[in-house]
Design a protein around this ligand. Structure first.
Ligand code: 5GP
Length: 190
């Protein structure tokens, strides 16, 4: 998506540790009109997929998922919660997740009430780096729901999480894929 690439080039900054900061429009301050353009683009790409639920992960996925859901007939948004508690009760699906930005490991949980075999789920997230989305896919597998694919705003291609999902036959639609990133250069995959 050309507008997203332009926005990254104009407003993004690269921080040590391969972190791209896009907090002026995507995941701290949120540009709502721009998120609607992103939602419309996901809807265009997944037209024909019977998406009836959107799954993301707290915290930064929630804003983008909630706006994008309006482009999928107001499909409900479920967000996986990060939980430090090991006392997981039987009413939860859960998977282990490592945070790239915070270097922590936690469980993510989703209530069994909100995902079932009747659901056709689109995973939406702001970033795909090493592949946290695969944990959400694990949860979808536990629930028996159908995974329609993943809609990602920014994929860091050089961390290969997206490629691993594609190798598994999962449909991953990333609106901007960064191939290389440094203080001075940022290049996108075609
Ligand atoms: P992954 O598990 O795919 O490595 O990363 C998952 C999460 O880490 C993303 O949803 C995002 O919140 C965060 N993340 C990964 N890389 C970056 C980055 O370069 N910049 C920002 N702002 N967040 C990132």
């Amino acid at each position: 998506m050309e507008q997203l690439k332009q926005r990254i080039l104009e407003d993004g900054t690269v921080k040590p540790g391969n972190v791209l900061k896009v907090d002026s429009f995507l995941n701290h301050q949120i540009d709502i009109a721009f998120m609607n353009q992103i939602g419309a683009e996901f809807a265009r790409r997944f037209a024909g997929s019977p998406v009836n639920k959107i799954l993301t992960i707290e915290a930064s996925g929630i804003g983008i998922a909630a706006i994008c859901a309006q482009h999928f007939n107001n499909a409900p948004v479920v967000f996986a919660k990060k939980s430090k508690s090991l006392n997981l009760d039987g009413d939860l699906y859960h998977a282990r997740v490592e945070s790239f930005t915070h270097k922590t490991v936690s469980d993510v949980v989703v209530s069994k009430k909100f995902l079932s075999p009747a659901d056709h789920v689109l995973v939406i997230d702001d970033f795909l780096a090493n592949g946290c989305a695969s944990r959400l896919i694990e949860i979808i597998g536990q629930s028996g729901a159908t995974l329609e694919g993943c809609g990602i705003a920014i994929e860091k291609g050089f961390q290969h999480g997206g490629d691993r999902l594609r190798e598994r036959g999962i449909r991953v639609e990333s609106l901007a894929i960064i191939e290389e990133m440094s203080d001075t250069t940022l290049t996108f995959r075609d």
